[in-house]
Every structure is written in C-alpha cells, then in structure tokens.
Ligand binder design. Structure first.
Ligand code: C5P
Length: 227
C-alpha cells in the first residue's frame, strides 16, 4: 500500500516581509492547515524564560521542547496561543520575543526536537508552512516553495505602522537596526540558515501590494494544479 503525503506550500523569508499575511491568505483560499513555525520558536523561547532554562543547558532545553504544552486556538479574529494553559498570544508577538527566539533557534538540538511537531501539521487536504527553513530543511519535498523578501527599510516601516496602530511609540531607526540584527543572526547561523531553497520562487513585496503578491502566488498554485 502506498501512502500519499498531503501537499505542502512553504513560505520562507526574513522577518516582516509579509510571510504571515501571504501564508494566511493562501490557507484561507485553499482551506488547508497552517503552520506558523516562528510562533513555535517564540513559544520555546518564552517557555525557557518561564522555567529559567538558559541556552547553554541543552539537555534541559531539549526535554522542555519535546514536552512543550502549546495549543493554537482558532478564534474569530485571531489565532490564540496557549502555553501550559495560559494565553500568551500578546507576549508571543512582541519584538523582544522574536529576538529571544532567534537566539535559541541556532541550537540544532532544539530544531530537531521541534522537527517532528512541525511534520505533524502535514495533514489533508494540505499544509501552508511559514518560516525560515520550511522549504530547505523541514519540507524539502514541498510541492511549491516561495521565498518572500522586502527591503529592511520597508519592513521596518510596516512594523512601525503596525505598532503605532497598537498605540506603541517606537523609533523607526531602532526598529530598522533590530530587524537587520535579527536577519543577520538568522542568515549567518551555521544551522538551518535563512536561504532560499534552490527551487523556491522569489517574490519581493517591497515593490508589490499584498493583493499583487497573493495573486502572483495563486498563479503558481493554479499552474501546479494545487487549487
Ligand atoms: O517568523 P518569526 O519572526 O515569528 O520567527 C522568530 C524567530 O524564530 C526568527 O527570527 C528565527 O530566528 C526563528 N525561526 C527559525 N526557523 C523557523 C521559524 C522561525 O529559526 N522556521
């Protein structure tokens, strides 16, 4: 008997390029499952902080990651994230949490411990997976791979407007600096660095609207007969 794996579409790229938006639109349109792998790394970072596990205690980090009690709950307007029963959604989205996650993400043992959990999202009728290494490491056999980029200035500007909307006042210069620091850490690390898969389709969202990026992506989805 042959088992057919559910199809996967991967969306990788640097922070703030619009991966979440594109992946969310594709998920909705196709009615597929969704994996926000960045959220998993963010939750691991928060759990380590909560349990006071430092990044040099690898065995404790691995035990904690393997047993991680995390739940994603689809609510009307958002996906709520629970760690050990507590709603940590707002904390997960903080810029400081993203930075913390990128410091734990280079640890191979943590990535391996998260690997199986990520694979388990691959269910019928299909999966849209958002992250840094979805197309290169976790789902190298994905049917369709996108690599979404935008200039650091454009990404900082978008993030600035988002935070302003939430009533938070931050300096755009500081945001640009933080984004560039995090990109450098993600791209230059030895383990699962952020690089486009050799078979990924490159999309630059600094020169395209959200709708245009989605339309372009959908044209590939249709061409590969995934819709
Ligand atoms: O995508 P997001 O900004 O939520 O990711 C937070 C951090 O988690 C990234 O900066 C990166 O260091 C790490 N990450 C990763 N591999 C993934 C997804 C996220 O290393 N597949």
């Amino acid at each position: 008997m042959t088992t057919t794996k559910a199809p996967v579409i991967t969306v990788d790229g640097p922070s703030g390029a619009g991966k979440g938006t594109l992946a969310g639109l594709l998920t909705q349109k196709l009615g597929w499952q969704f994996l926000d792998s960045g959220a998993l790394y963010r939750v691991v970072a928060l759990a380590a902080k909560k349990h006071q596990i430092t990044s040099d205690d690898i065995p404790a980090l691995v035990r904690m990651t393997t047993a991680l009690d995390v739940r994603f709950e689809h609510q009307a307007e958002r996906v709520a994230i629970f760690l050990e029963g507590d709603d940590i959604t707002d904390q997960v989205r903080l810029e400081t949490t993203g930075n913390l996650a990128s410091k734990i993400a280079p640890i191979q043992e943590v990535r391996t411990a998260l690997g199986q959990r990520q694979q388990s999202f691959r269910q019928a009728p299909g999966l849209v997976a958002d992250g840094r290494d979805m197309g290169t490491i976790v789902f190298p056999d994905a049917e369709l791979k996108f690599y979404l980029t935008a200039s650091a200035e454009e990404r900082a500007k978008r993030r600035f407007l988002q935070l302003k909307e939430q009533g938070l006042n931050v300096s755009i210069a500081r945001l640009t600096e933080e984004i560039q620091e995090r990109d450098a850490r993600d791209m230059e690390r030895k383990v699962a660095p952020l690089v486009p898969a050799s078979d990924a389709i490159l999309l630059d969202s600094s020169v395209m609207s959200v709708e245009a990026v989605f339309e372009k992506a959908m044209s590939y989805v249709k061409a590969r007969e995934l819709a």
